[in-house]
Design a protein around this ligand. Structure first.
Ligand code: GCO
Length: 486
């Protein structure tokens, strides 16, 4: 066997999330989620887009799976909407909700596709937000456990790969630091408190899973980006290490080792914003560690030593969001760090190009990321997301020539192949996304899919599915098990 070839059973996949594709937001007993409510508030999402219909996957999942089969997909990652399974988050189980996901899983298996099920992709039941304050309260942990138990029991014989939390770092910082996602607050103390509760919920789910589904594999999906120093000035290198600790070790150490990095904890204690960790919490966190680490890779970040004084009287939100350009409603990378902690200062990387939405394009960073994760945690890695958001143009003869997406994915796969040759154990790769879907803040302008969906912000149009050029390219990659990637 060639040292740099993909394993025989490599899981070539694609991914999605319930809110971004399903629609049917109030059908068959589903309760409202925080995103159903948040998107109704004026000015929160791009031109007021919401997931009420999304790409209507709830009604068209068989058609979508027929495209997956045509493509030769080996794995499909999707998420379950908690409020479809338990409408108020903690009470009665809605059998129709469970039925939907079981039917979806059956259809995947029938077509030879391995299901990869994400338990939490950001759509907390609104009832739990209202009653307890969502992730800020420990009261949601037993509710989450009950929800997970219902799914484990129903699907344990059919689903082998399970993901607990999707991009905990992203949803807690967008929700509690940047006020861009619900509950839309800017309070670091609350962010760190919520983050700790999510860690406990994650560990609770893993612990229950290991009892109930001993043959399955479970892990969180973390949005990882490696941090670079701007220069070889040792102070910049130190700043990059600080940023890596604050941004990445902070979450990954808890997942994999059950402990918070001491150095970061000390800083947070000093600032009076550290989470309260009890001895019992520590026991749970160290006892329930994942079987693999899911990594969503888009880009990293670059820092220099902190030289800039924070301007007085300016809130983080004012400073960090462009209110005028809807494409920049995501916080920029240089700001998505910890400006309150004067140890590093985010800055643009002069060597990297960016997407239309200001996301750096950094395939080599993917290899760096995979190697850093392997050497720090030594767990199998499942790449659960990677992809390019772009404006795709449908030609008159109904084609989408997305060569830019092919180039992007190809460059990333080449680097992933090198990382495998370097010795990183990668068990699968799910491109983001299978069909086009609703971008949380950017509507349908920003498309990621291999399959185009005919709709825009305000007009559902035909919702017709049209495979893009990248669909046929990925089909070939899968067929050759990545042999000819270069
Ligand atoms: C967007 C984002 C998402 C995320 C995904 C994270 O534009 O809304 O890119 O699609 O990538 O949901 O897990």
């Amino acid at each position: 066997k060639e040292i740099d070839s993909f394993p025989e059973d490599f899981l070539w996949g694609a991914a999605s999330a319930a809110y971004q594709i399903e629609g049917a937001w109030n059908e068959d007993g589903k309760g409202p989620s925080i995103w159903d409510e948040f998107s109704k508030i004026e000015g929160k999402t791009f031109e007021g887009t919401n997931g009420e219909v999304a790409v209507d996957h709830y009604h068209r999942y068989k058609e979508d799976i027929s495209y997956m089969k045509e493509m030769g997909l080996k794995a499909y990652r999707f998420s379950v909407a908690w409020s479809r399974v338990i409408p108020d988050g903690e009470g009665e189980i809605n059998e129709k909700g469970l039925d939907f996901y079981e039917n979806l899983v059956d259809e995947l298996i029938k077509n030879g596709i391995e299901p990869v099920l994400t338990l939490y992709h950001w759509d907390m039941p609104q009832a739990l937000q209202d009653k307890y304050g969502g992730w800020e309260s420990r009261e949601v942990i037993p509710a989450f456990e009950k929800y997970c138990e219902a799914l484990f029991l129903r699907l344990r014989d059919k689903v082998k790969y399970w993901v607990t939390m999707n991009e905990q770092n992203v949803f807690t910082s967008l929700g509690y630091r940047w006020a861009a996602h619900p509950p839309a607050v800017t309070d670091l103390k609350r962010m760190y408190a919520a983050n700790h509760v999510v860690n406990l919920a994650n560990a609770t789910a893993i612990s229950l899973f290991h009892q109930l589904v001993p043959k399955g594999l479970i892990g969180p999906s973390y949005g990882y980006g490696p941090i670079y120093p701007l220069t070889a000035d040792p102070s910049d290198v130190l700043a990059a290490e600080n940023a890596e600790a604050f941004n990445n070790d902070w979450t990954l150490d808890v997942y994999c080792r059950g402990t918070y990095p001491k150095f970061v904890m000390k800083q947070l204690e000093h600032l009076g914003i550290a989470p309260q960790v009890t001895a019992e919490d520590s026991r749970l966190l160290t006892s329930a560690t994942p079987d693999f680490l899911g990594i969503n890779y888009y880009h990293g970040g670059t820092v220099q030593q902190n030289r800039i004084e924070k301007p007085e009287n300016q809130s983080s939100t004012e400073k960090n969001f462009s209110k005028t350009d809807p494409y920049l409603m995501q916080p920029k990378e240089e700001q998505a760090m910890s400006p309150e902690v004067p140890m590093f200062n985010g800055i643009e990387n002069p060597y990297l190009e960016k997407t239309k939405w200001g996301w750096e394009i950094d395939p080599v960073g993917f290899r760096v990321a995979l190697r850093r994760i392997q050497s720090r945690y030594d767990l199998p890695v499942f790449v659960t997301e990677n992809g390019l958001g772009a404006i795709d143009v449908l030609t008159e003869d109904k084609k989408i020539h997305d060569d830019y997406r092919i180039d992007y994915l190809n460059e990333h796969l080449v680097e992933m192949k090198k990382a495998i040759a370097d010795g990183v154990e990668v068990i699968g790769y799910c491109a983001w996304s299978f069909t086009d879907l609703l971008s949380w803040l950017n509507g349908y302008k920003k498309r990621y899919g291999f399959v185009y969906v005919d709709r825009d912000e305000h007009d559902e149009k035909t919702l017709e599915r049209i495979p893009k050029d990248s669909f046929y390219w990925y089909q070939q990659v899968i067929k050759e098990n990545g042999e000819n990637l270069s």
